[in-house]
Design a protein around this ligand. Structure first.
Ligand code: G4F
Length: 333
């Protein structure tokens, strides 16, 4: 029997790497698109253990030719569109780049699929940031969206584009509205990985302080492994749809910090934590919490990691130094 084929844009990121692993386990031929960057040696760190089993090619979502070429050649059954500039605070500093990659990248990819592989099923990575400071908590697929950053407005645009192509071109395009999802492969400029790595460095005597921003905001944090499984399940469903993926549990940054320090046996986190305006956002999303009832009911998806499981996995992974080799440093976060 012919193997099923999948194309992943953004394959080198946290989600792309877990998704590629999952699809390989399921027997897919996996094609990953990687944009050319100035440090190619660090670009595929998260894929090093599976590179020999993947088809990796240069390609950029802003380069229609490369999208068309890959889709024409591969004729994939499934296309997972994960490529983005995914850092919310960076989107205030690089709003045009963020908007281009997310909005033009999405419409390019939809057009390319429509022309080169119209029967492929498409996953679009939408985001809980689209809810922003919504009054509807916990949020579900019908909740009001009040985006608070260039990243979130771009994601909202891409989400609607995906719905428009689903209806107008009758394409199989599903939106996954994913709440925050973390892992040992998370970039160190996201708060969970920054806290875990910072606490490990403090415990080992390598650092004396951890500089953070707003500790009062709260997020609904899950494990990326669970969330990429949800992406795959969406494309196995009989019809395209929009699904929210969350744990339903809301935790403040402060509580996350305290749990990590407690787990590592460091008595008083606030001896080490400094707050800097550098990490305070110009327009903060105060609370995010999702209600995953729809995906649980229709697809049978459930998270398998609790927040403590996630923290343990991040501590274990980061203490082995896996993220230490990544391109970002704490100083840049
Ligand atoms: O870890 P964060 O940077 O994630 P954020 O902004 O919630 O976005 C992540 O989740 C979204 C899904 O909801 C994705 F769409 C998006 O791509 C990304 O994956 O920040 C979480 C919270 C914020 O309230 C932030 O203000 O942590 C607060 N925070 C406090 N100190 C900090 C820091 N965030 C960062 N990155 N660095 C700090 O030092």
């Amino acid at each position: 029997m012919n193997k099923r084929k999948a194309v992943i844009t953004g394959v080198a990121g946290q989600d792309g790497s877990y998704l590629a692993e999952l699809l390989l386990e399921k027997g897919y031929e996996v094609y990953g698109m990687i944009p050319r960057r100035s440090s190619p040696e660090t670009q595929t760190l998260r894929l090093d253990h599976i590179t020999s089993r993947l088809h990796l090619e240069y390609g950029d979502v802003l380069d229609m030719g490369s999208l068309l070429r890959t889709l024409k050649e591969v004729q994939p059954d499934e296309v997972y569109h994960l490529a983005a500039q995914s850092h919310v605070q960076v989107s205030f500093m690089e709003p045009v780049h963020t908007t281009s990659v997310i909005v033009l990248g999405t419409v390019n990819r939809l057009e390319a699929v429509a022309h080169a592989a119209p029967r492929a099923r498409v996953y679009n990575a939408a985001s809980s940031e689209m809810f922003g400071n919504t009054p509807d908590l916990p949020s579900d697929e019908e909740s009001r969206m009040v985006p608070c950053s260039p990243y979130a407005t771009a994601k909202l645009n891409a989400y609607h584009l995906s719905r428009v192509y689903r209806v107008s071109r009758r394409m199989f395009v599903s939106n996954g509205i994913l709440f925050n999802h973390e892992s040992p492969r998370r970039g160190l400029n996201f708060v969970t990985a920054k806290i875990v790595k910072g606490a490990l460095d403090i415990k080992a005597g390598r650092k004396e302080e951890l500089v953070l921003g707003n500790l009062k905001s709260s997020r609904d944090w899950g494990h990326a492994r669970d969330y990429v499984r949800a992406m795959w399940m969406m494309l196995q469903h009989e019809a395209p749809d929009d699904f929210l993926v969350a744990t339903g549990v809301e935790t403040t940054v402060q509580e996350f910090l305290e749990r990590v320090f407690r787990r590592l046996g460091i008595p008083d986190p606030y001896r080490y934590v400094k707050i800097s305006p550098r990490y305070i956002r110009p327009y903060e999303v105060n609370r995010l919490r999702g209600n995953p009832a729809k995906i649980q009911r229709i697809l049978g998806w459930k998270p398998t990691f609790t927040l403590d499981d996630l923290i343990n996995d991040m501590i274990e992974g980061l203490s082995r130094g896996t993220l230490a080799e990544q391109a970002y440093s704490l100083e840049k976060a």
